[in-house]
Write a protein that binds this ligand. Structure first.
Ligand SMILES: Cc1cc2nc3c(=O)[nH]c(=O)nc-3n(C[C@H](O)[C@H](O)[C@H](O)COP(=O)(O)O)c2cc1C
Length: 319
């Protein structure tokens, strides 16, 4: 998610679950090919499994960007066909590609030929006046035939005219049954459902119908939720005993970043949503919002913020 799931955010998410697959922000193929690569797509080994999401609509450029991503060590390359922002449309990529399955298939084929890792696609149910069933099923058939290893479906349409990107994540209604139907039509090909999944219990319910669930805002806004992924969805022990142990480990990563001249806020900005429902959460957030943003703020500020939080969750927040 752009501006959200950067390298630092993914570091803390990976401390909370070994099994969930993490995704980068969308990076355009042009940026990967011509931009400052290490800054844009560099990541630590500890983050695997992690997918690089690309934006673009030019087969050879995407193939080259995919190759670069594979050389960086990504486990998957994902092509964005779901982003509705104007900037993206003017570049003729993102959700408007739902109208051009043949072009997307050409992109996929070039990317698949360029790398050995899986190449996947993320899409919507359709755009604007498209009939969602026809658009989604036709699009899916085209990318599957071109070699897509899986399809992630954000289970709502995008309105390219008249809705902001934010509204496009809330206003077009979700249609989960259509995604289940798509899965029924592709028994072996992996289909991942995305959109509005707010808890691991909801994720489990979807997993009866589809192969995977992608959680965006819920995971970002309440990262502690990720601590339940390994035990509840994979039947494995969580990587750390609790969120405080994860934050202790994250402090070491933050310290390295501070030594490199990065700012505390670059790390802590991803953690404002933590601790909702716990006593002290408001003081924690206030310290992050007022002190951690100052240039030169050190780890002591982060520690002081966390120290404000009571370790036992309030009853209302306990699962
Ligand atoms: C701030 C923000 C940035 C996003 N950036 C991307 C992106 O770069 N690529 C993408 O495929 N989806 C992006 N999305 C959409 C999410 O991946 C997801 O499809 C959408 O929010 C619905 O899922 P959710 O209800 O679990 O959040 C973004 C969403 C938000 C809120």
């Amino acid at each position: 998610m752009m501006d959200w799931t950067d390298r630092r955010c993914r570091s803390v998410h990976r401390l909370l679950t070994r099994r969930a697959r993490l995704y980068t922000e969308m990076v355009t193929a042009d940026a990967v090919v011509f931009g400052p690569r290490e800054r844009l797509i560099g990541f630590e080994d500890a983050q695997h499994p992690v997918a690089l999401q690309l934006g673009g609509a030019e087969p050879q450029r995407l193939a080259e960007a995919a190759r670069i991503g594979a050389d960086f060590g990504y486990d998957e390359i994902n092509l964005n066909c779901g982003c509705p922002s104007d900037r993206v449309q003017s570049g003729r990529f993102g959700a408007c590609l739902m109208r051009e399955p043949a072009l997307v298939a050409d992109c996929l084929a070039a990317m698949v030929a360029a790398v050995r890792i899986p190449v996947t696609v993320k899409c919507r149910l359709g755009v604007d006046e498209q009939d969602p069933r026809a658009a989604l099923f036709g699009f899916a058939a085209a990318v599957k035939a071109a070699g897509a290893a899986a399809l992630v479906v954000h289970a709502r349409k995008a309105w390219l005219e008249g809705l902001s990107p934010k509204d496009n994540r809330a206003i077009p209604p979700l249609d989960y049954p259509l995604v289940y139907e798509l899965k029924d039509a592709h028994s072996v090909w992996p289909i991942v459902l995305n959109g509005g999944v707010a808890s691991l219990e909801e994720a489990s319910a979807h997993l009866v119908h589809v192969d995977g669930v992608m959680m965006g805002r819920a995971a970002y806004q309440n990262p502690e939720l990720l601590l339940g992924v390994d035990p509840k969805l994979f039947g494995e022990a969580p990587p750390v005993a609790d969120i405080f142990a994860a934050l202790e480990a994250f402090m070491a990563i933050v310290a390295e970043g501070l030594e490199r001249g990065e700012r505390l806020h670059d790390f802590t900005r991803h953690l404002h949503g933590l601790f909702a429902g716990r006593r002290g959460a408001r003081r924690y957030r206030r310290i992050l919002a007022t002190e951690a943003i100052r240039r030169g703020a050190g780890l002591a500020v982060f520690r002081a913020a966390v120290a404000e939080v009571e370790r036992e969750p309030a009853l209302a927040a306990a699962e």
